[in-house]
Design a binder for this molecule. Structure first.
Ligand code: HEC
Length: 108
């Protein structure tokens, strides 16, 4: 056999082994129950807007566990919301940003 034929045959064998493994992977659906949500946003005005914009990717814990105090008010929350949009791609309407920042800086 020619050298190139051997190489091609080896490649075929490798490809079929890899192919088989993919087919043999057991893809049965797994069902499991998630624990109930325990974190909640504190009451305040514009709460609904925050709930509908800020719970798609993570729980309200992410907001509750941020540093609090006079240094962490409007500027801090404005930067957080901007980061969610710019860095993590949160689909938030421009007109809602101000309301969300108001709620967060008044409530947390
Ligand atoms: C598109 C998904 C997405 C949405 C929507 C989203 N976030 Fe996030 N958020 C993230 C990711 C990703 C992280 C970083 C997670 C990590 O580091 O574990 C994060 C982290 C955070 C943190 C922790 C501090 C930090 O900067 O990492 C806070 C606070 C936060 N988000 C607030 C918000 C608020 C407020 C909203 C609503 C305006 C929001 N998020 C909406 C994706 C999102």
């Amino acid at each position: 056999m020619k050298r190139s034929t051997i190489v091609a045959a080896r490649a075929l064998v490798v490809m079929s082994i890899v192919g088989c493994n993919i087919v043999e992977v057991n893809a049965r659906p797994v069902s499991y129950k998630l624990p109930d949500e325990t974190a909640a946003f504190k009451p305040g005005s514009n709460l609904e807007i925050v709930q509908s914009n800020c719970t798609a990717c993570h729980s309200a814990d992410y907001i509750k566990t941020q540093p609090q105090g006079p240094k962490f008010k409007k500027d801090f929350w404005q930067a957080e919301v901007t980061k969610m949009i710019k860095v993590y791609g949160a689909p938030i309407e421009d007109e809602d940003v101000g309301r969300i920042v108001d709620y967060l800086s008044q409530t947390y």
